[in-house]
Ligand binder design. Structure first.
Ligand code: FAD
Ligand code: DHB
Length: 390
């Protein structure tokens, strides 16, 4: 098989890249080791920055997003039993859209299928070869047969546990890591949201987040231990804990319903530098992950893909590698700002293992300052709706 760009991974990064390249008449083959239904059903992120929304609409995959996406013009911060709103629209002129990552993936798979360009699920034993040469190769197994893709470039969009980043020669990559001593227990419930906008809460018992997916589905998160056993969280305990952490003095109550999914999400910050070796380029979680407070992961993947598309289009149009050479530095500049924001939101809203009352009171003071200062609220809002994609 021969193509211009071999894309490893059909998560948001790989699918978006394949679609944007298609619109620029650049050939690609996307390979994915999981089954199509598994990729579509994986419940993950839910908040799209305006730039990600614009990308989907401008590239012709925004119809369902425009119909079903929930535009949010602000967000609530809850502490001391009270809620304070951050008005994104008023402070920045921008909003975010709540639309599940699985819906994003579904839309891009549909666009790929309509383009009739190759997208192969359930491949195995994926390996990259000769990435420093002008003819890099991807080898794989499909239905017990061995295949080889010869290409100009490989896009490593295979997530944090993929094979592309480990294929960089040892010592070439500088990896920066931050571990957080807690995790999130996330649930999906069939219950109409009882708040129109998201609520991030700091409570003595720990962080909680109120989010949603539609007029009928609520998405909620609780801070928990990294090794938390889901079996110790029967539904009633989850609802009680959420009510305790998110409840306010005005008597606001969470609508309960049937819990359809429970999972523990670990928290880590990670950045690999550079995001390129030879003709192998990393994008999205393959290169960096952020703790989820602030919902940046999926949006960072979308920004990388935009930069990479521009660079590849410039290369095929003009023969110039300048933008490809700038790719990593350009992405990482933005990635570090999102890493900083996610770290700051996480630190402000979570009780750390070693924390004492001093830290808690300092956190409350920070939230009190933040919600009383237009300058501080603008800073949060600017980052939350998404920093510019230059
Ligand atoms: P991925 O979505 O990980 O996609 C990578 C794809 O590559 C996968 O489909 C994988 O199966 C495939 N793959 C892996 N190895 C191979 C291989 N060898 N060959 C072929 N294919 C391969 N972000 C938020 O903003 N908010 C959240 O609430 C949130 N929750 C999350 C919960 C979990 C459990 C996880 C893991 C992530 C969460 N994130 C969240 C982060 C967000 O979902 C990611 O940033 C986003 O999925 C990144 O997209 P990606 O395409 O780079 O990587
Ligand atoms: C969601 C996830 C996040 O990490 C976040 O900060 C806000 C919302 C969500 O899944 O809806």
């Amino acid at each position: 098989m021969r193509t211009q760009v071999a894309i490893i991974g059909a998560g948001p990064a790989g699918l978006m890249l394949g679609h944007l390249l298609h619109l620029s008449n650049i050939d690609s083959i996307i390979i994915e080791n999981r089954a199509k239904d598994y990729v579509i059903e994986r419940v993950r992120a839910g908040v799209l920055e305006q730039g990600t929304v614009d990308l989907m609409i401008a590239s012709g995959v925004g119809d369902r997003l425009k119909r079903d996406g929930l535009r949010h013009d602000g967000v609530w911060l809850a502490f001391n039993g009270e809620r304070h709103r951050i008005d994104f629209l008023g402070l920045t002129g921008k909003s975010v859209v709540v639309y599940g990552q699985n819906e994003v993936v579904k839309d891009f798979i549909a666009a790929r299928e309509a383009s009739e360009r190759p997208l192969h699920f359930e491949v195995s034993d994926v390996r990259v070869r000769d990435v420093e040469s002008a003819r890099p190769k991807v080898c794989l197994q499909k239905d017990d047969d061995e295949h080889e893709i010869v290409c100009d470039f490989i896009a490593g969009c295979d997530g944090f546990h993929g094979i592309c980043r480990p294929a960089f020669p040892s010592g070439f990559l500088q990896c920066y890591e931050k571990d957080y001593p807690f995790a999130w227990l996330g649930i999906l419930a069939t219950a109409p949201p009882s708040s129109e906008e998201l609520v991030y809460a700091l409570h003595e018992r720990g962080f909680a987040l109120y989010s949603m997916r539609s007029a009928r589905v609520t998405r909620l998160y609780l801070r928990c231990a990294p090794d938390e056993k889901i079996s110790e969280w029967p539904d009633d305990r989850i609802w009680e804990e959420l009510q305790t952490r998110l409840g306010t003095k005005d008597g606001w109550r969470i609508n309960r319903g049937t819990i359809t999914q429970k999972a523990v999400t670990p928290m880590r910050g990670f950045v690999a530098d550079p995001m390129r070796f030879g003709n192998l380029f990393l994008a999205g979680d393959a290169a960096h992950i952020v703790p989820p407070t602030g919902a940046k992961g999926l949006n960072l993947a979308a920004a990388d893909v935009r930069f990479l598309t521009h660079a590849l289009v410039a290369y095929y149009k003009t023969g110039s590698s300048d933008e490809l050479n700038n790719y990593s530095a350009k992405c990482l500049k933005r990635v570090w700002k999102a890493q900083r924001f996610s770290w700051w939101m996480t630190s402000m809203l979570h009780r750390f293992g070693t924390a004492n009352d001093f830290d808690y009171r300092r956190q409350i003071a920070e939230l009190d300052y933040l919600t009383g200062s237009r300058a501080a609220m603008t800073s949060l809002a600017e980052n939350y709706v998404g920093l510019p994609i230059e």
